[in-house]
Write a protein that binds this ligand. Structure first.
Ligand code: FAD
Length: 475
């Protein structure tokens, strides 16, 4: 049998049930990726940079096994169906996608090939659990993380997760006769004028080998001390696996499996790290059951929230020029590296939605464009959580104080010094509140506030009071 394996967010060769089944069932296996030009959840901005390198890497891995990645651009289902006809294949195998658009495209391929007598198989592999199989005792979807986590963790029996391994790649077809792959260079996923991605490669290594290296590093240096280090942005205390997971260069099962064989599945040692993987599961679960979350607040009363339209403030936030050093450091780290530390994502998101009262969707849009790990479920989940309007969200009245957050999680100011170099000579006592520093000290540190570094664009106390008043108005 001839089979197409349709790669989407599963850009890996191992623990890939669809590929493993195709290699077992097929005599000729074609590997296809479609860059979908209509996908509203598809990569944009920075994530396109990652995708480019990830596809190049997957193609090299396939080539080493005797195969090739056949590239197409267009509408996924149309391209798949045309290729199926051209290659005269009888079956299409794929990893099930949970993002609404890709999931619809997969269903179209399923229906139309079925009508023609073809076989379409969808395999689980992107998540640890299938969102449509999990319900609470009232047979309703979970809306609170902790019970969801307890329930699913027990159900999954993490210590005995099995991986799917493929050893025989003989059925891979190097190049189908008369059919050429499109050239990835023509897709122009990499920025050139200007090349705002110039520094990305210093911090990230897209592709399967990069994912394996990130996991190995996490096992050696992150997992054990994760609870102590994870909130300190100046410390390399988190795994940096998010973009690898988003593009499926590694599966969550592979991560859990390795964590288990190295540290065991143990609440004390590996529990806090594993728990974060379940936030990813939870966000996908919510998006699956409540797809409207993409555009509107999970808690409907927030759709009446008096968001402000202030392009000057939005612009200052995007550029890292708010005058609050921890916020500015985060926004600049994001712009230069395509990644931001989770604690700082929360601080920056809180500042935008609460201090500036700008709609969480503006922040979601900016992150969507600038994050290498931009992911609809996690980004929307993260933004709605911080804004207070999501399922199981932080209460709106819990407003992060950017000065205290900075002093607590960047006590020596190292993180700020890295990303806001104009403050690098300021002492830890004032680095998170330079406007309170004595003039002499500012002069000694080479800073003229308002010239070298902005004064705060809003006053923390006033902004806090105004945010609370706005929140009360929608109760
Ligand atoms: P680690 O701390 O090493 O965690 C391991 C893995 O667990 C991560 O790779 C990720 O897959 C998952 N994870 C960890 N924390 C979370 C979380 N809070 N929610 C969901 N999954 C989590 N994550 C994205 O992958 N894409 C996004 O677009 C995204 N947008 C966010 C927006 C906001 C406003 C906030 C507050 C968080 C967002 N997150 C997003 C979640 C989190 O910040 C990142 O997953 C994490 O910082 C990635 O770094 P890491 O891989 O080193 O994480």
């Amino acid at each position: 049998m001839k089979i197409i394996v349709w790669f989407t967010q599963d850009l890996r060769l191992q623990d890939h049930p669809a590929l493993a089944a195709a290699l077992k069932d097929g005599l000729e296996v074609y590997c296809v990726y479609v860059y979908d030009t209509l996908n509203p959840e598809g990569p944009s901005g920075a994530a396109n940079w990652w995708l480019h390198h990830s596809l190049v890497s997957l193609n090299s891995e396939l080539a080493a096994k005797g195969g090739q990645l056949l590239l197409r651009q267009g509408v996924s289902a149309d391209e798949l169906l045309t290729l199926a006809e051209q290659l005269d294949v009888q079956a299409v195998y794929m990893t099930r996608s949970y993002e609404p658009y890709l999931s619809q495209q997969q269903s179209r391929v399923y229906q139309q090939l079925n009508i023609k007598g073809g076989t379409v198989k969808r395999f689980a592999g992107y998540l640890l659990l299938e969102p449509d199989t999990i319900f609470n005792k009232q047979h309703k979807p979970f809306q609170v993380f902790t019970p969801f986590y307890r329930h699913t963790r027990d159900l999954l029996n993490l210590g005995s997760l099995k991986l799917t391994t493929s050893t025989n790649f003989a059925a891979l077809i190097p190049k189908p006769p008369k059919i050429n792959s499109e050239s990835i260079e023509n897709w122009q996923l990499l920025p050139s004028k200007p090349n705002w991605a110039a520094e990305f490669a210093e911090y990230s290594n897209p592709g399967g080998p990069g994912a394996k290296a990130a996991l190995a590093n996490a096992l050696a240096t992150v997992v054990e001390d994760y609870p102590q280090n994870r909130d300190f942005p100046a410390v390399d205390g988190t795994s940096r696996l998010s973009a690898h997971l988003h593009f499926g260069e590694i599966s969550p099962r592979q991560i859990v499996h390795k964590v288990n064989s190295t540290w065991g599945i143990d609440d004390e040692k590996s529990g806090p790290f594993i728990r974060q993987l379940f936030w990813r599961e939870f966000n996908y679960y919510l998006l699956h059951h409540y797809p409207d979350m993409r555009a509107s607040a999970f808690k409907p009363k927030f759709n009446q929230f008096p968001w402000r339209n202030n392009s000057q403030h939005l612009n200052a936030w995007q550029k890292g020029l708010t005058g609050y050093p921890i916020v500015d450091a985060g926004m600049r780290q994001l712009w230069r590296t395509g990644w931001m530390h989770n604690r700082v994502r929360m601080i920056c998101a809180s500042f935008l939605t609460k201090h500036l009262q700008i709609h969480w969707r503006e922040g979601e849009k900016w992150f969507w464009d600038t994050l290498l790990d931009a992911d609809k479920a996690n980004n929307i989940g993260g933004w709605q959580w911080v804004a207070g309007c999501g399922a199981d969200a932080a209460p709106y009245f819990r407003i992060f104080n950017p000065i205290i957050q900075g002093e607590k999680f960047d006590p020596y100011g190292d993180y700020v010094r890295t990303w806001v170099p104009e403050l690098s000579l300021l002492s830890p006592a004032f680095i998170h509140k330079p406007w309170q520093a004595p003039h002499g000290l500012l002069a000694q540190s080479g800073i003229k506030l308002g010239t070298d570094y902005p004064l705060p664009i809003v006053n923390h106390e006033q902004a806090r009071e105004q945010a609370l008043a706005a929140y009360k108005a929608i109760q």
